[in-house]
Design a protein around this ligand. Structure first.
Ligand SMILES: Cc1cc2nc3c(=O)[nH]c(=O)nc-3n(C[C@H](O)[C@H](O)[C@H](O)COP(=O)(O)OP(=O)(O)OC[C@H]3O[C@@H](n4cnc5c(N)ncnc54)[C@H](O)[C@@H]3O)c2cc1C
Length: 391
């Protein structure tokens, strides 16, 4: 067993600190207040070679794995700049196309996305299906036209799609066989690459109350023409490919949460050392010191589980157990860390100048999305412990 990072991995973890020298938390917050995508930062990351982390070098990437991807996210979050686009684009879409796309798709899409010049998002959630993705109703129906443009027509709606306001393309999870006609509940799913500027696609930004630069949008599809060349994998057999994105998504979010938790603790410790009330630094009072020490311990424990999950994924070992545990525990640890930091800052926590309370809605949201705490615990209860299913 080896707990050391390699020099390259250390460099990736440290990248967030370098980036924060020109794009710091304050600027990140300015973009968040305007809900504006910091495109120049994205392109900078592309130029620095960090967006194609999980894409083979032959297609413009770095040919690295999930561990390196999560170190990148952890390091950025450590500095309070957790870009959501890293989750939906490079981690979910690009690695997906690299693993399951056709040669034509890899040649066409990967290099511009690795350079940051084309932006991607991932769309599965629907308003009525919610957590139960089996029940999505967005349908891509064969039109009767021979192969080529217009072989399928896509109709339906997605909701909460992060970054879709500025994205060029989405991987859209659709049904090609409706739930009631499918051979099994996991049959009948197909993953399509959808050009978000195509006729029939409408994006409607949602009015969210979390402060991040990325917007969430509703997407509406009305008779969007698609062809076989837009399909990732096989018609009706998308579920197994889809499964492949779930663990990376949980792992990278866990990495983001541990980074943010560590950032909150770092800020709180600096403040608690400096702020004097009753003639002593508030950090000397155990009412603050012990919660900070607890929060720090929880964050470091969550970090280890995140690394283990990423390692298992990279080594083709079963990673679901660790990924679910990492996301569950990292969210709880980060919420506790931010809550503890809020307490340390007293009234200043709620000022824009200090920006500490601003962290709270975001980490709290991550207990619910992308997969809520209850479904993570359901997985652990059923698949790890062998308890009966309740739903
Ligand atoms: C900021 C943000 C960004 C997002 N980005 C994306 C994105 O880019 N792409 C995308 O496709 N989706 C995205 N989502 C959607 C997200 O994945 C869903 O919100 C999430 O899956 C939960 O679905 P829901 O909101 O419909 O909750 P519901 O399904 O209505 O669930 C509500 C609550 O019920 C409980 N619950 C549900 N089922 C069970 C059960 N079986 N057992 C116990 N409890 C249960 C849970 O507590 C859950 O929180 C995003 C959401 C947010 C908030």
């Amino acid at each position: 067993m080896d707990f050391d990072l390699t020099d390259a991995q250390r460099m990736i973890l440290d990248y967030g600190g370098k980036l924060a020298q020109t794009f710091d938390r304050k600027q990140w917050m300015d973009y968040s207040h305007r809900h504006e995508f910091p495109r120049h930062v994205w392109e900078q990351m592309g130029d620095d070679g960090f967006l194609g982390m999980m894409v083979p070098e032959a297609y413009g990437g770095a040919g690295l794995g999930m561990l390196e991807m999560s170190l990148l996210m952890e390091g950025m979050s450590d500095h309070g700049i957790p870009l959501q686009h890293l989750i939906v684009g490079p981690t979910m879409c690009l690695s997906h196309i690299a693993r399951h796309g056709s040669e034509e798709q890899k040649q066409r899409y990967l290099a511009p996305a690795c350079s940051g010049r084309e932006v991607w998002c991932f769309a599965i959630t629907e308003p009525t299906a919610g957590t139960n993705s089996m029940k999505i109703t967005t349908l891509a129906k064969r039109s009767g036209r021979p192969s080529g443009a217009g072989t399928f027509r896509l109709n339906g709606q997605k909701v909460f799609i992060t970054g879709s306001d500025v994205a060029d393309y989405a991987i859209v999870v659709a049904r090609t066989t409706a739930f009631q006609d499918a051979a099994s509940k996991s049959d009948g799913f197909t993953l399509f690459i959808v050009d978000l500027n195509a006729p029939g696609v409408t994006r409607r930004p949602m009015d969210m109350s979390i402060l991040i630069p990325e917007r969430q949008c509703e997407l509406f599809f009305v008779d969007v023409e698609l062809s076989e060349a837009d399909i990732i994998g096989e018609v009706d057999k998308g579920f197994s490919i889809l499964f492949d994105t779930l663990n990376p998504e949980r792992i990278i979010i866990a990495a983001m949460l541990v980074g943010l938790g560590r950032y909150a603790i770092k800020r709180a410790v600096a403040y608690a050392n400096e702020r004097q009330v009753f003639d002593a630094p508030i950090g000397s009072y155990q009412g603050l010191q012990h919660p900070l020490a607890e929060a720090k311990t929880e964050i470091e424990v969550a970090t280890l589980m995140t690394y283990k999950a990423a390692w298992a994924f990279d080594h083709d070992r079963p990673a679901a157990e660790y990924s679910n545990m990492a996301k569950y525990y990292a969210a709880e640890a980060a919420i506790h860390a931010v809550d503890t930091a809020v307490q340390c800052f007293g009234g200043n926590a709620y000022t824009r100048e200090y920006g500490i309370f601003d962290l709270y809605p975001f980490v709290r949201m991550l207990r619910t999305a992308p997969l809520n705490r209850e479904m993570l615990l359901n997985y652990i209860g059923e698949k790890v412990l062998g308890l009966p299913r309740s739903y």
